[in-house]
Design a protein around this ligand. Structure first.
Ligand code: BMA
Length: 308
């Protein structure tokens, strides 16, 4: 039930967290930050599963109802790029974009001794993955591909390291070479001041690209991760049309506050159903997978009402 004094339209699922590491049939010390999409009409997640060495693995998990997920028997056997092979890599936080009849997946490739980069792959079945291009230079993270070309070019959100740790938009003719980059300047609040980064793959609406992103606050609540929403211009997504100064979700519940990293809600994927309902999957405290729901219209209304 929602109350009138809560501006956010997001509703947490009553059964949260919907997935804990103890639910999994494989060695797991944590499961969180899942990529999400509809695959053949059904919800699919690519889970970040950490083993007891704190190494990350990708597992595909499939579902009929978006709540109960069954893991594929084997972890994704994801080919290594030459640099990943040379240095050693941990890959995590996949974001899945359905486009051109296939699925493009961005993820973080943390190269041993070099740091965080982002890299892209494609898949048709979430079993076999084909890397596209190389890893970016460090530091870069939180990349995702828009679901259609913008002005004839592919377009991505990313967060390169800078004085301000914020989202940027970049373009590419071929998914390999990227440039023409511009920052996305959101209004500064105490909950998004330290960092922000892309979360779910943006959804086209008549009012702009709807984006749900994560943000990090300033002290005294240091390290808290929040979710926020924004509408970005359809032709130039570096232009913010509406971005509420109110947050969408803050870590409050036990499963969001206690875990590997306390006080974290972090999304890397949502499933949009044909009737406009949206399942936003998010990691709680880098430990479990939780679910919050809203409709696309409710989120757009939230942006327009509080973000201009
Ligand atoms: C970010 C990413 C996420 C993680 C979050 C909170 O930098 O590494 O994978 O969920 O920190 O620890």
């Amino acid at each position: 039930m929602r109350h009138d004094n809560i501006p956010s339209p997001l509703r947490r699922h009553a059964g949260n967290p919907i997935l804990r590491h103890t639910d999994l049939p494989v060695e797991a010390s944590a499961v969180f930050n899942a990529g999400a999409t509809l695959y053949q009409g059904k919800p699919l997640l690519v889970l970040r599963v950490e083993d007891y060495e704190r190494r990350s693995h990708f597992y595909t998990a499939r579902s009929d109802d978006g709540l109960l997920f069954t893991l594929d028997e084997r972890e994704i056997d994801y080919p290594l790029r030459p640099l990943e092979k040379e240095r050693g890599v941990i890959r995590f936080d996949m974001r899945i974009t359905a486009m051109e009849g296939t699925f493009y997946c961005y993820h973080c490739s943390w190269l041993h001794g070099l740091g965080s980069t982002v890299a892209l792959a494609r898949t048709d079945d979430f079993v076999r993955f084909t890397p596209i291009g190389s890893c970016t230079t460090p530091t870069n993270r939180n990349a995702l591909l828009f679901p259609e070309k913008i002005g004839g070019r592919y377009c991505r959100l990313e967060r390169p390291e800078g004085q301000a740790q914020i989202m940027w938009v970049s373009y590419s003719p071929d998914l390999v070479y990227w440039g023409d980059s511009r920052p996305v300047t959101l209004p500064e609040t105490s909950w998004n001041f330290a960092k922000n980064g892309a979360g779910m793959v943006p959804i086209r609406t008549p009012h702009g690209w709807l984006e749900v992103y994560h943000a990090v606050s300033t002290p005294p609540s240091a390290g808290n991760y929040y979710l926020g929403a924004a509408l970005l211009d359809l032709e130039d997504p570096s232009r913010v049309i509406a971005a509420p100064r109110k947050f969408l979700l803050a870590p409050v519940h036990d499963y969001e506050c206690r875990g590997q990293v306390p006080n974290v809600v972090f999304t890397s994927g949502a499933v949009q159903f044909p009737d406009g309902r949206l399942n936003i999957y998010y990691g709680g405290a880098d430990q479990c997978v939780a679910l919050a729901t809203a409709t696309v219209d409710e989120l757009v209304d939230f942006c327009l009402r509080y973000g201009r």
